[in-house]
Write a protein that binds this ligand. Sequence first.
Ligand code: ADP
Ligand code: MG
Length: 699
Amino acid sequence: MSDELQTPLQYVKGVGPRRAADLANAGFHVLEDLLLRLPLRYEDRDRVQPIAQLGAGDLTAVVGEILACGVRPTRRRGFRVLEAVIADGSGRIRAVYFNQPFLADVLAPGSRVALFGKVERGRLGGGLQLTNPDYELLAADGDGDDARIHTGRIVPVYEKAGGVTSKTMRRIVHAGLERLPPAVADPLPPAVCREHGLIDRRTALAQTHFPAPGTSLKDLERCRTPAQRRLIFEEFFLFQLGLALRRHATAAARKPRTIRVDERIRRAALDVLPFRLTGDQRQALREIVADLTCERPMNRLLQGDVGSGKTIVALLAALVAMENGLQVAVMSPTELLAEQHHLNIARILGPARFDVVLLTGALAARARREAWEHLAAGRAQLAVGTHALMQDAVRFRELGLVIIDEQHRFGVIQRAALRRKGVQPDVLVMTATPIPRTLALTAYGDLDVSVIRELPPGRQPVATRVAPEGRRREVYEFVRRQLHQGRQGYVVYPLVEESEKIDLKAATEMARHLTADVFPDFRVGLVHGRMKPDERDAIMTAFGAGETDLLVATTVIEVGIDVANATVMVVEHAERFGLAQLHQLRGRVGRGPHRAYCILLHQRPLSDAAEARLAAVAATTDGFEIAERDLEIRGPGDFFGTRQSGMPTLRVGDLLRDHATMDEARRAAHAWLALDPPQPALDAMVAGWAERFGLVGVG
Ligand code: ADP
Ligand code: MG
């Protein structure tokens, strides 16, 4: 079967070299690329009505000739109305556009046009009119191809791609479909199609773009038609197949040496434990230790909300590895966090037991070289650090366990670089970003997951309020009362890259204002990412020691900072933060025995999405719920903003909308694999898998 779907777009009717280049820029190279891009939505242009039969309130399509078109000034300055008169055999109607005078050039008298929109009774004159209708110019000869493609049916509406408009796209897709033979190459095994009631691929492509008359618009919108479902299933099946194969490959790997846990090691762990573990912590630790003592390398994600106590669990795992004579690397996304981990770990382990080195970019050359030597010789058992850990010069004698904190901040390549410093080391990645249940299986498909949901005892949820700028004075009063009780607080400023300078200035200015005018009787500090590391450290250390009462900070404090006496946080410009980010920030307070508060100060106007975000943060402190809400507000495409979040790149499917199909596809993929399909078939199906889905695994 020749594969027409792989036809370069340039050879499709309506696409010349110029348009092909334009489409290539937008990521479309061959016909299949276009056909596997689902329409944004559909319009029912099935019922073209004669103009004479229109009534006010109708949602309609009319086709006719433009008789006249002109711009009419109005009494309101700068407000112009464009009017066109359209006639078909039965009558004529006005189309009215507000403030789009350029349309005068488009809707030229004499051209044939299709209009879609709502029929209204005009305010002046009283006749019927179409207000701001969608329009499409048709080829001059009444019953040409064009009219057939764009009217009298349910038509697809596409997102613009490069300079290619929805209408041109529709024409190209139509032409592309026409050149397809009756059957096209299908990546799915026929047995799978039969079993899951999937229609053939050729029909699915055609009907997805040009649905048969009578297809339910509702089904189309939800992507539930048999045609759409088939394409989505196909994508999910291949995705799940690749995932399963990857899992098998990992399962086949063997560690050079497995870890043992005996009574002595248990005692050692108990000895360092500063508190009783929660049930969830104990369960997570059990799962991790089971992995450590297994011959296969561990590939585990430890997921737990901010403050849930992941660090101690990771540290106990590290202890087990070190007691077995293995080295451990702990990688953090920021220097601040690395330093904090370093302090904590050194404190908990006690001075004599193991040698812990810190490796960050801030380290002086000599100290760094010393740390390298200790690690290479095996004199240091544990390295805590940032990206600096991944440098080539960093060598371990026997790296057995890699722990990665806040994993969503690292890319797959970075993690792979660290992992390669050992021979099949165990890998534990930790994240405070709760992956909604709906996505967990997909997102971390090749990781085992441990979850800590329970917070350490005595924690009360942080009371969260949303307050507009106008209530600033009350907010300050509230903060003042907290400070008077001996508590500490944060004032957080957003710092977005595009306006970093301005934001930094605002934060600096605010610190000055708070010091001089608002809290002259308290000690106010300022910390931001642009400071020299030692300067920043000094300020953080002072705050941790209670020498500062109020800390004005940019989002450098987002991750991991742990000051139990801090009970109040004011977030400035809360409307600018993402949901997950607000949740992370809030996790900086409420880490001790005192009741804690978070006040989200916002400016107006407030967009609907921003309002929804603030409401969601105020409504719950459950990170999982927040993640679900985030997903609803933003959609999975945007989830966490980056590809590094580990979400696969999907063309037709949508993790949230189609999760039932994803479940079905997973079962189908596993069932098919169980039949032991021939290797070449498998290879062909998953060729290019990783690039296609852009999935981030442990690496
Ligand atoms: P995260 O999961 O956000 O990394 P941490 O590991 O930093 O959380 O723990 C948050 C705080 O809770 C730390 O101060 C830690 O010492 C404390 N903590 C953790 N587990 C317990 C526990 N079981 N009992 C009491 N305090 C705990
Ligand atoms: Mg942490």
